[in-house]
Structure formats: C-alpha cells, structure tokens
Ligand binder design. Sequence first.
Ligand code: NDP
Length: 324
Amino acid sequence: MATTHTTRMLIIGSGPAGLSAAIYGARAGMEPIVVQGLQPGGQLTITTDVENYPGFRDVIQGPWLMQEMQAQAEHVGTRMLWDTITEVSLEGPPFRAIGDSGDIYEGDVLVIATGAQAKWLGAPGEVEFSGKGVSACATCDGFFYRGKKVVVIGGGNTAVEEALYLTNHSHDVTVIHRRDSFRAEKILQDRLFAHPNVKVLWNKAVSRFSGDLAGGGLQTVELVDTVTGEASSIDTDGAFVAIGHAPATELFKGKLELDDSGYIVVKPGTPKTAIPGVFACGDVMDHTYRQAVTAAGTGCMAALDAERFLAEHEFAAAQAEAVV
Ligand code: NDP
C-alpha cells in the first residue's frame, strides 16, 4: 500500500549536493528525507579515482566517498529512501513528489539535487574503457595524464575548455570534432588555435575505442571521416568525451524556469528558484563548474536558505495564529 512520507525538508537526489544539503538540514533539525534516484550517490559512483576532493591526501574512490557522505547524512538524522520520483507538485508548501513505488513524499521545503549526466558517444569500447583511459571530466581525471597524449571529443565550450585545461598536464592534446567548425565561443576558439600544444582533427567521428583492457588501458581511438568515410586512427593514452551534459530536469519542465540547455534557473549567487521554498543545488543548476566540491557547497547553501525560509514561514504562521 502506498505510504505518505512527510518531512520539513524533502531532498530529491543523493549526490554530493543532496547529501550535503541533508547533513546541514539534519543538523538544523529539519529531519530531511532524501529520495535517492536511479543512481544512488550520483555521478561520483561511476568514477574511480578522486584526487581533488579536499581533506584526503591520498587518492580516494568516488563510490567510497559517496558511501561516507551517505553514512554521515544518516548518522546526523537523515532518512534515505529509495524511489524514483515520477511527478512533482510545486504548489506548496507542502511540496509534493510521487514515486515510482506509488509512495508520496511531502516537504515544507523542497531541495532539488537531481544532478546531470555526461552525454556519451555510444561508440564501441567506450563503456569498457571508461576509467581505463576514457573519461568525461578533464578537471577530475586530467591529472592522471601528466606528460601523456590525450584527445578530446566535441566542439562546444566544454570540449574547448577541457582541451585548454589538459594543456596544463599534457604537451600533446588533439581535439576531434565531427564538423569543420566549432560551436564554442570565439574567445575560447582563439585561445585554442593559438596554443602550440593543441591540434584539431576536423570532420572525424569516433568509431571505436581500443586498447588493452587487462593492462595498459586505452591505446587507440579509431575514426571515420564524416565527409569522405575514410577510416583512420590516433594513438592516445586518454580520451575525454566532451559532447555536453544533460541535466535531470524533465520533472520540472513547465513548473520551474529552465535555461536553453535545460538547467534550473536560480537567483544569481543563491540556490533559490522563483518559487519560495523550492531550492536547486549541484549540477542541476550549474553547467559551469560541475565539481563534487561545488555541488556540496551549493547543497550547503540550499540547506541554510531552507532553514531561513522555514523560520520566516513558521514565524509568520505563528503570528497569524496569534492575531486570530
Ligand atoms: P554543446 O551542446 O554546446 O556542444 C556539444 C558538442 O559536442 C558540439 O560541438 C556537438 O557537435 C558535439 N557532439 C554532440 N553530440 C555528439 C556526438 N554524438 N558525436 C560527436 N560530437 C557530438 O555542449 P557543451 O557541454 O560544450 O556546452 C553546454 C552549454 O554549457 C552551452 O550552452 C555552453 O555554452 C555552456 N558552457 C559554458 C561554459 C562557459 O561559459 N565557460 C563552459 C562549458 C559549457 P556539433 O557542433 O556538430 O553539434
């Protein structure tokens, strides 16, 4: 039978943003419920080595970091529930979400931390070599390719920025793009073209990632010319797929303002959406930084603002009651 779960603070999403909001929210007495989605723990659970999350001198594992965050959130009083939210009603408070299970979740505040997913090419070998030479995040993994050859696939801002970032570690960066011009901003393109350590392969699509799965990892990216159909290949140590991200905002279409790329629009410098009491944090509202630590930071901001919202709301309700 369907159950209704009520809380002062309902959080959808269990990556670093959602769990940080939960840790702060629980410690502030908001007794949060976190509804974990299809990928409990978020994107970090599909990465391996993490070397840039503060507080750990040694390399840690993404899944382990998320387990620790969840344990911490539960330790301070968060209820973690597994369900996939299929519908939301933002006409609150209370704000209401309905899960795949049929259960209903109601919160006096709602924190949206549903994250984003890197888009993948779907080329053969991409999944097999993921974490063994294939990555979707240069800031996360670029450091592991110091002094090595790398390629970046894509032609937007992300691809060009990632290629430029990788020049900090590699003297041999090649951008592979399926057309003969980039869609990235001109200033970024100018910077890329002026860089002596970056080459561009135009009109090339990836047909396969290959190498030695048992040993050295990725070795070659096989290509096909999108104009002539000619096959070629490039030897490389690392391939960064940078063809965009898709924020998980399907649920909020028509209910919250989304930008052209589908990210939730918040008031600048805050996690506040246009609906009082509804907050968004982490990658679902941030297409620029997209780091675990920035997601955690905005999760904290959402909890602090949620606490203020509840205090003001409850104070106003108490005053109205006193007048009556
Ligand atoms: P974009 O959608 O802008 O670009 C994606 C790129 O990947 C395009 O060049 C596209 O090719 C290519 N691509 C898409 N699918 C495939 C595929 N299957 N095979 C090969 N290539 C493919 O994504 P970005 O992540 O670059 O940017 C997303 C948004 O975030 C944009 O609005 C961007 O401006 C913004 N952004 C801003 C930044 C900043 O301001 N500093 C930094 C990063 C992003 P094609 O061009 O042929 O379609």
